[in-house]
Design a protein around this ligand. Structure first.
Ligand code: GLN
Length: 303
């Protein structure tokens, strides 16, 4: 079968379950994944022949897509900030909203280095060379790995409760050729962030995208997320939706370096509540930001 006919077959199989734009995007993810053909290559070579063996692979994937399994779990990969991350049922699929949070952190460091350059007549102060970053609830490792790539002089640490997620995150750091120190820890059961036994490290940046979806929001969550992504990474009880924010902020009180910053991805419906929580704990310079969808999605504060 040629690729042009395959495209027709692919659309006819999925059109009752997915929007056309979604099917189209799946199709090109798969031409690239299975045949290394980008959209333009498909247009230029409509007669590209798909072997019987490859056709079987396509059909297996089509039947999985019909169950609404996320395509990233079928290809085993997701792209975040231009980097490739292995993902599986133990890790959340990185989201574009989280890319925006990472971008905010990267920008905040660039502007800091710029102002330090000006202050010290173009000499970058030593401090920037010792920047320490901690990501809490790292999942695939998308946040710390991207930060280490973007801010190479930083020392980056990441915590997760799931050993299996950490295994994937370690592999992702290796594949992306960066050094991140991964630590297995249940922060809800921890009274400090002593990630190394020998020292009480202070962090210039603490970041987290913790579980924040309330059970009452489950009806808004699509089947592909609800049925396949790890609930451990997504959901919190309705009665205490800010549990992770409170705990992480309390730990940050002891572990943020002077002038350090705490960044969170947040539940879009709980922006005000999160601000109040951080104020009550003694944080200042609280800034709430919207994501590209116009929802309050991230917050930054300092002590
Ligand atoms: N830090 C990871 C991400 O942003 C995992 C977040 C989570 O599992 N709650 O994708």
């Amino acid at each position: 079968m040629n690729i042009k006919s395959l495209k027709k077959h692919f659309f006819s199989e999925l059109e009752t379950i997915q929007e056309d734009s979604e099917i189209e995007s799946f199709f090109f993810i798969l031409t690239e994944f299975l045949h290394n053909l980008k959209r333009i290559d498909v247009s230029l070579h409509p007669d590209f022949q798909v072997s019987e063996l490859d056709l079987e692979k396509w059909n297996t994937i089509i039947s999985e897509l019909k169950t609404e399994k996320p395509i990233q779990y079928l290809t085993g990969e997701a792209w975040f900030y231009g980097l490739r991350f292995e993902v599986n049922e133990n890790t959340l699929i990185p989201r574009p909203e989280t890319e925006e949070l990472v971008e905010w952190i990267v920008e905040s460091q660039k502007s800091k280095v710029e102002s330090q350059k000006l202050n010290s007549q173009n000499l970058i102060i030593q401090k920037s060379n010792n920047l320490t970053i901690l990501d809490i609830g790292t999942g695939s490792g998308c946040i710390p790995i991207t930060l280490k790539k973007e801010i190479p002089y930083s020392f980056v640490y990441a915590i997760d409760i799931s050993e299996k997620a950490l295994e994937t995150a370690r592999k992702n750091a290796f594949d992306n050729q960066v050094e991140v120190n991964f630590v297995h820890q249940d922060i809800l059961k921890s009274s400090n962030l002593h990630i190394s036994k020998s020292s009480n490290l202070l962090f210039d940046i603490i970041v987290s995208n913790p579980p924040y979806v309330r059970n009452l929001e489950k009806q808004e969550i699509k089947k592909n997320v609800l049925d396949y992504e790890p609930h451990l990474a997504l959901f919190v009880a309705d009665s205490d939706a800010l549990l992770f924010y409170r705990k992480i902020a309390q730990l940050a009180l002891k572990s943020l370096a002077p002038k350090g910053k705490l960044f969170f991805e947040i539940n879009q419906y709980l922006g005000n509540e999160t601000v109040v929580l951080l104020e009550q704990l003694g944080f200042n310079n609280i800034e709430l930001r919207k994501d590209f969808m116009g929802n309050y999605r991230m917050i930054c504060c300092s002590l």
